[in-house]
Design a protein around this ligand. Structure first.
Ligand SMILES: [Zn+2]
Length: 281
């Protein structure tokens, strides 16, 4: 099962009174349950939110939008009640009478402790499309180099965070980051007898989905190069990534064979008897 992941950007509920609540607590068992009771008891309806409680931190943070139209207490009173919970360190509440509010209480946006920026997939696809319109086939080189750099950057930061040996051992998990980041719904197929080739199956890959919608017979350039950069920087070898089937050619999923560059390309096709798959295809 895959569930959509909503990033807290804004809340819209016309005609309703909204609030955004940010609670910092000591990172101990039951802290959020205590806060949750205090919030829900006077009729506050919690909406989209998120919590951050890193295992290595003594502090945790719980942030959420709420519909407070039917709340039986003023927000100042709610704040005081939350502050009186022993595990609570601080509480911030902002309100909107307009049924619409943007999250103004969080910055910078981070992914694994590093600054991140969120793009909409359609906007990124349009940007790539513009490159193809302006530069023609030359866009392929620009997109390829740009994406390979991003992939290498991702691998280098991962190695910095976890060490190369651990990161290499966690390759399958790390490849699933493409799902966590929204690029595609990923499944990994491995050979039982050799480390490579690895085949990455991607459902709904944003890039090919956009091309397929426009009826463009153009396979992935961005994702393929990102994956190649990631693998090459992670293993310190030159990798080749080949898209062996693609949405834009009528296939159900886009599949990428990853192999060390010197390997014969035909090895990308794994015989069914040797297959072992993680995730969903
Ligand atoms: Zn494709």
């Amino acid at each position: 099962m895959r569930y959509p992941k909503d990033i807290e950007i804004w809340e819209s509920a016309p005609g309703r009174r909204l609030a955004e609540v940010v609670i910092q607590v000591n990172n101990v068992k039951g802290a959020m349950a205590d806060c949750s009771r205090v919030v829900s008891e006077p009729g506050v309806n919690m909406l989209t939110g998120f919590h951050a409680a890193p295992g290595t931190s003594t502090l945790a943070r719980w942030s959420f939008f709420a519909d407070v139209t039917d709340a039986k207490v003023e927000l100042s009173e709610l704040k005081e009640r939350l502050r009186s919970v022993p595990t609570v360190v601080s509480v911030d509440v902002m309100a909107s009478e307009d049924g619409f509010m943007v999250d103004k209480q969080h910055f910078p946006v981070q992914w694994s402790g590093r600054r991140a920026i969120i793009f909409r997939a359609d906007a990124l696809s349009e940007m790539l499309q513009r490159l193809w319109s302006v530069f023609g086939s030359g866009a392929g080189t620009i997109v390829d180099q740009m994406a390979e750099t991003m992939g290498r950057h991702f691998a280098n930061e991962t190695v910095e965070d976890f060490g190369r040996d651990f990161a290499k051992a966690q390759l399958d998990e790390l490849l699933m980051s493409y799902t966590a980041l929204g690029y595609a719904d990923v499944a990994i197929e491995r050979s039982k007898t050799a480390d490579f080739p690895v085949v990455v199956h991607t459902k709904k890959l944003f890039e090919c989905e956009a091309n397929a919608k426009k009826r463009l017979h153009r396979k992935s350039v961005f994702f393929r190069a990102h994956l190649r950069g990631f693998m090459s920087a992670l293993f310190g070898e030159v990798f080749e990534v080949t898209e062996v089937q693609c949405l834009t050619e009528g296939d159900d999923v886009c599949s990428f064979g990853i192999t060390v560059r010197d390997d014969p390309l035909e090895q990308v096709t794994i015989r069914p008897a040797e297959r072992q798959t993680k995730g969903r295809i």
